[in-house]
Design a protein around this ligand. Structure first.
Ligand code: IMP
Ligand code: MG
Length: 173
């Protein structure tokens, strides 16, 4: 495999502290614990796992797998639902959890899909926000970090399925 150059942007300690803050915010906003967190696979698996272990209220967890990217680094423009959520949604406080919001296509489209199932409320959490590249509006209720540009890997984020296991978030150079 060719050598890829990458630089640490957020180290494990920084990410850990921020994720704990987000979990505290979520616990405070949902004291009755009627929560269903839906992780968007694959990228959110590390973030979701760390996030839920800092929650102080009960929650259900489920996953959906959607794709807008194929295997490259540019969005294809349409959303394909590969595996939908199975848990009943009606009346729950649902939080969609994703790793990174880029064009916003993934979250804006999947949010519409979940809204149709009558949740009590519907929020969005993302670890990283690339707001400058937004094409479709998405309201981020919980956001870990903002960046302007660059393609990130690590802490669940991949490039061609590599680097998801890294404990820090790095930018490809
Ligand atoms: P969007 O639909 O353009 O907002 O893209 C969101 C999805 O694209 C994310 O959930 C990621 O899976 C992927 N993605 C976007 N930017 C990056 C990046 O910098 N690194 C890795 N994956 C990314
Ligand atoms: Mg993703």
């Amino acid at each position: 495999m060719t050598q890829v150059k990458k630089r640490i942007l957020f180290d494990a300690e920084t990410i850990g502290a921020r994720v704990k803050e987000l979990a505290t915010e979520i616990s405070t906003n949902h004291p009755d614990g009627n929560l269903l967190l839906i992780g968007l696979l694959k990228g959110s698996f590390v973030f979701l796992a760390d996030l839920v272990r800092h929650l102080t209220v009960p929650c259900e967890i489920d996953f959906a797998r959607v794709a807008s990217y194929g295997t490259g680094t540019v969005s294809s423009g349409t959303l394909e639902i590969i595996m939908d959520v199975q848990t009943p949604i009606r009346g729950k406080d649902v939080i969609l959890v994703d790793d990174i919001v880029d064009t916003g296509l993934t979250l804006s489209e999947y949010r519409k899909r979940i809204e149709q199932e009558d949740p009590r409320c519907l929020e969005v959490a993302a670890l990283v926000d690339k707001a400058a590249r937004r094409d479709k509006h998405v309201n981020l209720d919980y956001c870990g970090f903002q960046i302007d540009e660059g393609f990130l890997v690590g802490y669940g984020l991949d490039c061609n399925e590599q680097f998801r296991h890294l404990d820090s978030i790095c930018v490809l150079e």
